[in-house]
Design a protein around this ligand. Structure first.
Ligand SMILES: C[S@@+](CC[C@H](N)C(=O)[O-])C[C@H]1O[C@@H](n2cnc3c(N)ncnc32)[C@H](O)[C@@H]1O
Length: 186
């Protein structure tokens, strides 16, 4: 009798614990990894933001913001209102810690979430360093959301089906690597 009671209590306890660990139904959709973490060298970040014509007070978003370097430079050097989206918990924390330590919270933030679940309709500029197939996947969402005139700067990989308004090469990033940047104006 006591044994049965113990087993029943254990099942109830485990079920309750499992329920507590379950995220809410709407948060269960798995996040698709659109690119591995591979940071853009700072010198290239600056070229991307210049190519995108980023101005003071404009809203910019970095899609898959890694350690936050694009968002931070946009806020610090270009005085833009910048937002990164990053699903990796460590990178999210690292970038938010850096934003706070630099006192940039008013102009810069990172959303800990999935690029595919965001609204970019307020953007003046987007920066993107994702894989070619991923650019293709997010293209319909951007076509739906972006206002006319939004600029998109893509690093190394194009948006198949869109033709770039400008293209720029960075011959040497200081580490012997070359980069290509594509500017699209919607
Ligand atoms: C190539 S790195 C670029 C990092 C940064 N934008 C830069 O240029 O230095 C791509 C980033 O996208 C993030 N990422 C990939 N898929 C994502 C998704 N579905 N939602 C949010 N972030 C994602 C990765 O964790 C990674 O940090």
């Amino acid at each position: 009798m006591t044994h049965t009671l113990l087993i029943s209590s254990a099942i109830v306890a485990l079920t309750l614990a499992a329920q507590q660990q379950q995220p809410p139904a709407q948060a269960q959709k798995p996040v698709e990894k659109l690119a591995p973490y591979y940071p853009t060298p700072e010198i290239v970040v600056e070229r991307m933001l210049k190519l995108g014509g980023l101005k003071r007070g404009e809203k910019m978003f970095d899609l898959g913001s890694g350690d936050g370097r694009v968002v931070i430079m946009a806020a610090q050097q270009f005085k833009a209102d910048s937002t990164g989206v990053e699903f990796d918990a460590d990178l999210y924390k690292q970038s938010m810690d850096r934003i706070r330590s630099l006192g940039l919270e008013k102009r810069a933030r990172i959303v800990h979430g999935d690029i595919a679940a965001q609204d970019f309709s307020s953007a003046d500029l987007l920066t993107v360093y994702l894989l070619p197939d991923s650019n293709l996947k997010i293209r319909p969402m951007l076509e739906k959301q972006l206002k006319k005139g939004t600029r998109i700067v893509a690093h190394d990989f194009t948006f198949q089906g869109w033709s770039p308004d400008r293209e720029e090469h960075v011959e040497d990033d200081g580490e012997g690597r070359s980069h290509t940047l594509y500017l699209y104006i919607r």
